[in-house]
Write a protein that binds this ligand. Sequence first.
Ligand code: SAM
Length: 321
Amino acid sequence: RDRPAVEAKKRAIGETLEDAEEVADHYNKRREVGIHGREESPIIALRKFNNWVKSVLVGTFARGRDPHLDGRARARGGRVLDLGCGKGGDLKKWEKVRPSGLVGADIAAVSIEQAIARHQESNRGFPGDFFAFDCFSKSLADVIPLELLEPMFDNVTLQFCMHYAWESVDKARIMLDNVARYLRKGGTFIGTIPDSRELRDRMAASRHPEDRSFGNRYYKVMFDQTESWPAFGNRYTFFLEDAVENVPEYVVDFDVFEELAYEAGLRCIYRKNFAEIYHEGSRQGEYGKLLQRMGVVDDYGTLNVNEDMWQAATLYLGFAF
Ligand code: SAM
């Protein structure tokens, strides 16, 4: 859907469709294409690259309960909270660190149904509980039974979704409270978001300043305004070929994020653009091999992601608190 059409629809029915509803509506309408359909996607190489980055974050930062274990084993037995879990695309990545349980939540009810089905279809070896609600406007305890929250989580993960919370400081605070309240001391919070430095630099260098946009054949970012750079509600619409169709998102200024997170008891230990994660990870034995196994690079170690897709990929950063 293009944004003007959505705005026109809102006006026509005299309705103020909230951005969060629009986001939910978008993700609810995305079809489940299955593994074979996914292979046909024009951005399959980018999807694989993003999945590799998430695997690196999980492998590097996942925590369990036994302080004597190290490496991947360190994460064994940990409990996971996946907010904005979508269709459960990361279940397999978590399975590798053998958690004792996972709780997933997402605003898109259709995606949650798919996540439940995905978890049930393959015997994941750990219990999974899934809930459909707006994780950036509601407290977890309003929806999720306490017996799933109070054992505390060792890991909280928000992949490619935290930027939707940056509409207002209130939403960002609710989101961070949901992250921190049931995260045990010493546990980790990981995620991926658009890199605010990249958004700013690319907009400044844009060849299309007249419509406040930049991008290429795979992605497009279009700002509502460029006169100021507010800490919250700095809205743009995002398009990603075969994935996201002009959905409203918000810039997450990382310094502001770090400050708010600190107030919630979270300390930043890692922040890297995807380009850096790739350059570092590809030189590490385990993650270098994983690049090949996941089909991100070919047999000669050459990236399958072309230059334009690389531009879309490196719009993002990964973080850990
Ligand atoms: N984390 C999944 C992954 O990495 O494959 C899904 C990422 S998808 C790009 C963004 C997800 O954020 C969507 O599933 C969307 O429904 C979810 N989302 C957006 N706003 C949300 C909110 N307020 N509460 C919960 N989930 C939300």
